[in-house]
Design a binder for this molecule. Structure first.
Ligand code: COA
Length: 263
């Protein structure tokens, strides 16, 4: 049996590839488990500084495997909740990665595939990418992906696309903020992902993790005295850190910081 997930670590970049092209990379319990394991491994491996989520074949991801969903419909209440929590846990893991994550999107990304894109920090899509929140067409709802999708595109756009289940283009995904960049084809997709990865690798690895935590702590919160104190404590901690000292010293000494690899 082929592996559902391929992983590779190359010069600080951890590449996770969904490898179920014959099922359009739809995820069943085995793929969810393997993807969860790969995410933990990448987040804890000190050789990995950036994680790219990609997939084989013509589709990025056709969402949940409908055969698995159909099987799961026969489970008892406890089993079905445990099953759904597996998917919820994997998405949360992806969303909460300490390392920056980049989605490389080609072809259709439907249902949970949109969830994967939304849970990554940065998403780049080819012009042929297509998106849809098809769940209601199937008589179900985009439940576990909803926090990530709504955070990415906002409640107003979620109301339209979750309720109509319409397919939308890469250009529309760009317009509504689901993806950050669109490029003509697969060659340009690799180039654009490479440029983002290079930008991330130029930055302090600890700072990137702390920056992700900062965004999560302040997003959608009023600027209260507590938030001001929290943000002040965060910058005070980072500027006194070894990485902060090195980064500022490197700038003032007109040299590259230690985390930038020599070519
Ligand atoms: N779960 C299980 N099987 C799936 C699947 C899914 N989410 N998506 C595709 N497949 C299977 C098809 O059933 C088909 O199986 P078969 O060869 O045994 O008939 C095979 O993958 C090829 O799919 P097909 O529809 O023939 O390919 P296509 O290129 O015409 O279309 C998609 C590809 C992804 C656009 C289309 O399959 C699709 O819309 N899938 C449903 C996606 C969806 O709504 N996901 C949300 C689930 S919550």
């Amino acid at each position: 049996m082929s592996e559902t997930i391929l992983t590779e670590i190359d010069n600080g970049v951890g590449i996770i590839t969904l490898n179920r092209a014959d099922r359009h990379n739809a995820f069943d319990d085995a793929l969810i488990q393997d993807l969860s394991t790969a995410l933990v491994r990448m987040d804890t491996d000190s050789d990995v500084r950036v994680v790219v989520l990609s997939s084989t074949g013509k589709s990025f991801c056709a969402g949940a495997d409908l055969n698995w969903m159909k099987r799961a419909a026969a489970y008892n209440a406890e089993e079905t909740q445990r099953d759904a929590l597996g998917l919820a846990g994997m998405l949360r893991m992806l969303n909460d990665m300490k390392k920056p994550t980049v989605a490389r999107v080609q072809g259709p990304a439907y249902g949970g595939g949109v969830g994967l894109v939304a849970a990554c920090d940065i998403a780049i899509a080819a012009f042929d990418a297509q998106f849809a929140l098809t769940e209601v067409k199937l008589g179900i709802i985009p439940a576990v992906i909803s926090p990530y999708v709504i955070a990415a595109i906002g409640e107003r756009k979620a109301r339209r696309y979750m309720l109509t289940a319409e397919r939308f283009s890469a250009a529309e995904a760009y317009r509504i903020g689901l993806v950050h960049e669109i490029v003509p084809g697969e060659a340009e997709l690799d180039e654009a992902v490479g440029e983002i990865v290079d930008a991330l690798l130029a930055n302090g690895p600890v700072a990137l993790g702390e920056c992700k935590a900062l965004i999560k702590a302040v997003a959608n919160r009023p600027i209260t005295p507590d938030v001001m104190i929290d943000t002040a404590q965060r910058i005070a901690r980072l500027r006194a850190s070894a990485e902060g000292k090195e980064g500022m010293a490197a700038f003032l000494e007109k040299r590259k910081p230690s985390w930038v690899q020599k070519q």
